[in-house]
Design a protein around this ligand. Structure first.
Ligand code: ADP
Ligand code: NG1
Ligand code: MG
Length: 482
């Protein structure tokens, strides 16, 4: 905590009931990471942009790093992330007798101020552009959809002023998008004085982030909301459940940026992977005479069959060929027209995709689900660092070769990390650039950082801010002024 640390305690204002989320006294402005967010600067920005009004409350939502279980959440399989210190902070104030929501952003000049009527945020307009304000508006819309008619009526004429600040490296697989969306959901619900559980908050945030156009799973929002300081979290889906794990203390997890960025909503690469997994599931289901149209999720298929993951891997080898599939071939196998396929299996931005690799994607998912189970067991039973590291390395190879979501610069970084004696190293998040997470011996961490700086960042004129050691952080909190 720094000198400029003004505290907010859990004293709700008269017409704001406490959110069922723990309201904590914390130092959002005193993180140990680079680019710490200054609440004073955020308040000043708020006042400059909003006629000298002062913020009434704040919410903070962290980014995350996923240790293993990559590209499996939207297939229904478990993941193992932890929250990082970098976060999105929103300063907020309610304005009575108006329907406007005004947004401003301190993070970058690129982020324009936006003003919008709160009751007219259409899902069509949200999926048109992945601009920063649309992520925020996804959250506002998601929060309002959660409320019933009778809950909405009395707050019909409550508008908002929101100022955002963030220090999560963007479009780098550390989930800056979900921190922003979840912060918007929370800021809206806190303003309306609505109670919500952490699990529900995670679920509605995951649902409404899809309005931006990405058909993601629920990992990012679940960890952002449910993380616990000092722990990594195992997240299971359907139903969403959370279990905290201590990580081995003789190792450190270091996150490093490849410096290649990828906005997941700006191309169809991410959704193509989601759709390939759906099609793999549907084709296996069809081959086995199941109700294939409903079998859009690989874990649901497994459950229906009562199979083990090894048996699912067998089915991939039996029923999905390694060569690419054309849309025409898929239509023939499923016995549907192209239009029908668009409807039951594809997303608006994948209807023009011409080739699908189903064998490789499904194989990655089932094998990654197995690795994730093994990783958790090793954490519980004090497994060796080299065994854990091997699983991370295997995860990465699979993401590169079967899932094809790596990037040349990221490959170079992985190679440097391995030469720098990491036990294991893999891309984290969706990939196509972004960050890697490396597991290194605690005793050798300093040397490792120096090595990566020398071998990777120095020739790119980048500095040590591109790397950081993760301290598993606390999940989302709201701060009300005492
Ligand atoms: P990530 O891997 O970081 O989640 P995404 O492509 O999913 O990457 O989302 C990145 C987008 O999120 C950015 O293009 C931007 O629109 C939005 N975003 C992230 N951080 C901020 C921020 N501090 N302020 C405003 N928008 C942000
Ligand atoms: P990032 O790269 O942080 O946007 C995405 C998805 C996750 C998950 C990972 C890959 C969203 C909001 N996020 O994360 O659900 O599928 O990729 O493991 O869609
Ligand atoms: Mg994202």
């Amino acid at each position: 905590g720094q000198a400029n640390g003004e505290h907010f305690t859990d004293v709700p204002t008269t017409n704001t009931r406490a959110l069922a989320i723990k309201m904590e006294v914390d130092y959002i402005w005193g993180t140990t990471t680079n680019n710490a967010i200054s609440v004073q600067k955020l308040e000043q920005h708020f006042r400059e942009n909003f006629q000298s009004y002062k913020p009434e409350y704040y919410v903070k939502v962290p980014g995350r790093v996923n240790l293993i279980g990559e590209h499996v959440d939207y297939c229904g399989y478990s993941v193992f992330p932890m929250a990082i210190e970098q976060c999105i902070v929103v300063a907020a104030k309610r304005i009575n007798n108006q329907q406007t929501i005004q947004l401003t952003n301190l993070s970058s000049e690129r982020y324009e101020n936006v003003s919008k009527n709160i009751s007219s945020i259409s899902t069509d307009s949200l999926s048109k552009s992945p601009c920063w304000s649309n992520y925020f508006l996804c959250g506002v819309r998601g929060a309002r959809e959660y409320l019933s008619e009778s809950q909405l009526r009395p707050i019909e004429n409550v508008g908002f002023l929101f100022a955002v600040a963030g220090n999560i490296p963007e479009s780098s697989g550390l989930s800056s998008s979900s921190a922003l969306v979840t912060a918007a959901v929370m800021a809206t619900l806190v303003g309306y004085g609505v109670q919500i559980s952490r699990l529900e908050l995670a679920e509605i945030s995951a649902k409404c982030e899809r309005y931006i156009g990405t058909a993601g799973g629920g990992m990012d929002q679940a960890i952002a909301v449910n993380a616990k300081q000092g722990y990594a979290t195992r997240i299971d889906f359907n139903p969403l459940t959370i279990k905290q794990f201590r990580l081995p203390n003789d190792v450190k997890f270091i996150v490093a940026q490849s410096l290649a960025v990828k906005n997941k909503a700006a191309s169809n690469d991410f959704n193509t992977r989601v759709v390939e997994c759906r099609l793999a599931s549907q084709i296996i289901a069809k081959r086995l005479n199941l109700e294939w149209k409903h079998m859009t999720v690989l874990a649901t298929l497994q459950k229906n069959l009562g199979n083990t993951l090894d048996q699912m891997i067998e089915l991939v080898h039996q029923h999905l060929h390694v060569d690419k599939y054309s849309k025409k071939e898929i239509c023939e196998i499923l016995n549907v027209s192209k239009n029908e396929l668009d409807e039951v299996s594809l997303t608006p931005n994948t209807i023009d995709v011409t080739e699908f690799f189903l064998h490789q994607r499904a194989l990655h998912v089932f094998e990654e689900a197995k690795r994730m189970e093994t990783f958790c067991k090793l954490c519980e039973n004090s497994g060796s660092a080299s065994d854990l590291g091997k699983l991370m390395d295997d995860s990465h190879s699979s993401l590169r070769d079967l899932y094809q979501c790596s990037h040349p610069d990221l490959e170079e970084l992985v190679d440097v990390c391995k030469r720098g004696r990491a036990y294991g190293c893999k891309l984290t998040g969706a990939g196509w650039g972004g960050c890697v997470v490396a597991m290194v011996p605690s005793a050798g961490a300093e040397e490792f950082v120096k090595f990566v700086k020398d071998q990777f960042y120095s020739k790119r004129n980048a500095d040590e801010k591109c790397m950081f050691t993760t301290n598993p952080s606390e999940g989302a909190c709201a701060y009300l002024k005492p």
